[in-house]
Design a protein around this ligand. Structure first.
Ligand code: ATP
Ligand code: MG
Length: 394
């Protein structure tokens, strides 16, 4: 007996003329996601995508990989029966042994119109059979058990329990963005939200190595590796801050240093984004979370950007962000101690209401264009690839 995974998308999200393109992208992504997971085929049906498993044992890992694939709303493990309702009933009878439930619903869908029995008749016939066998009643709105029968060419797919996934859009359909990734809790969550909306994410991490140790770089690499579960291959740009930091420390008062670091980061990120064709910059800021994330400061930072700067977490509370970070497995990595570049030579109480004129005056003492160029030239690029593995948290 063949085992499949049946994948369904949110109908609404994928309506209209983009649907065929979204579906092709999702099929492609599922293929990549399950490449080494025991899947022999990924195919597109009328209203669903199917994965053919090499054997039952493949299910746990495939379940994991499909759960991580954005665009998937829900999925099921499905069994194949011949196009013969008596054989389907035999299968149901053996499956229903030992299952206790008071209500159920049969939902048939006849994608293969050559099958002579209409969906409503299948529902009625199989429904009556289950009712007689179990004594449970039919409940079309809130059934305890759902029985799906999908008539496809050559067979009927039978499936029951639904696994919920994230929904959203397949990575790739919304274009490329560049995410500023620190070693902290927030920025990986921000990047995750953009992936969920179909963006492929290029990551940019700024570090002060060799002024400090490599701990922030190692954390960034680990975080990107975890996020690569959703996009299968990730580019990480590692940008040295050493040059600009030495200058800023020499020339500017401590309270403005974080803003100057950030404006520098923004300029470099934009240049890297443009060279890759990315269309927006992503940060992990949330309004008022820390003293540097005020509206005044965000405005002073955004003033140097000439492409949209998106902040997916702007309205999120810290607890909400932490809950999400735990689900993504990034939280334990994010809280490891590191030597973050932005904490270098900055006061405990930085400026919260940065004035643009002051910032610009301070910056005019620095050879900003040259420093940006230098940082770009010294940027190292890394490609991280998907490592398929099971995680207890997801
Ligand atoms: P996070 O948890 O993401 O570090 P945070 O609450 O610590 O955020 P800040 O340190 O103020 O906030 O940083 C705000 C945002 O600036 C980060 O979310 C990130 O997008 C960007 N950022 C900060 N430091 C770096 C860095 N070293 N490299 C790349 N981006 C950074
Ligand atoms: Mg931080």
């Amino acid at each position: 007996m063949k085992t499949y995974v049946i994948v369904k998308t949110h109908e609404l999200a994928l309506k209209g003329k983009n649907r065929p393109w979204f579906m092709r992208r999702l099929v492609e992504n599922l293929r990549t996601a399950t490449r080494d997971a025991g899947v022999s085929n990924v195919w597109q049906g009328q209203m669903l995508i199917g994965l053919t498993l090499e054997n039952e044992e493949a299910w746990p890992l495939v379940k994991q990989q499909v759960s991580d694939c954005f665009g998937v709303a829900k999925f099921y493990k499905a069994y194949s029966a011949p196009q013969d309702l008596n054989r389907v009933k035999d299968m149901l009878a053996s499956w229903l042994v030992g299952r206790e439930f008071n209500s159920f619903r049969v939902t048939a869908n006849r994608a293969d119109k050559r099958f002579p029995i209409k969906s409503e008749s299948i529902n009625r016939d199989v429904g009556q059979f289950v009712k007689d066998l179990t004594g449970a009643r039919v409940d079309l709105t809130r059934p305890e058990v759902q029985i799906f029968l999908e008539v496809v060419p050559g067979e009927i797919l039978v499936y029951f329990d639904e696994v919920r996934a994230h929904g959203g859009l397949p990575v790739g359909v919304s274009g490329l963005v560049s995410a500023m990734l620190s070693g902290g809790i927030d920025s990986p969550v921000a990047a995750w939200h953009m992936m969920k909306r179909g963006c492929r994410v290029h990551f940019v991490h700024f570090h002060s190595y060799p002024l400090v140790d490599r701990s922030s770089i190692e954390k960034a690499e680990e975080l990107v590796q975890l996020l690569t579960r959703h996009q299968y291959g990730s580019q990480l740009s590692l940008v040295p801050m050493e040059g600009v930091q030495k200058q800023i420390i020499l020339e500017t008062p401590p309270s403005y240093r974080v803003i100057l670091y950030r404006r520098f980061m923004m300029r470099v990120t934009e240049a890297l984004a443009r060279s890759r064709g990315a269309k927006a910059i992503i940060t992990g800021e949330s309004c008022g979370q820390v003293s540097s994330q005020t509206l005044d400061n965000m405005a002073a930072i955004d003033a140097v950007a000439n492409m949209p700067v998106l902040r997916p977490l702007i309205g999120a509370n810290k607890e909400e962000i932490i809950t999400q970070a735990r689900k993504m497995d990034t939280y334990p990595v994010s809280i490891l101690p590191d030597q973050d570049c932005c904490s270098l030579f900055v006061p405990r109480h930085p400026e919260t209401r940065a004035k643009l004129e002051t910032v610009e005056r301070l910056e005019s003492a620095l050879p900003m264009g040259e420093l940006v160029q230098q940082a770009i030239e010294n940027t190292q690029s890394r490609l991280l690839r998907l490592v398929a593995s099971e995680s207890p948290n997801r």
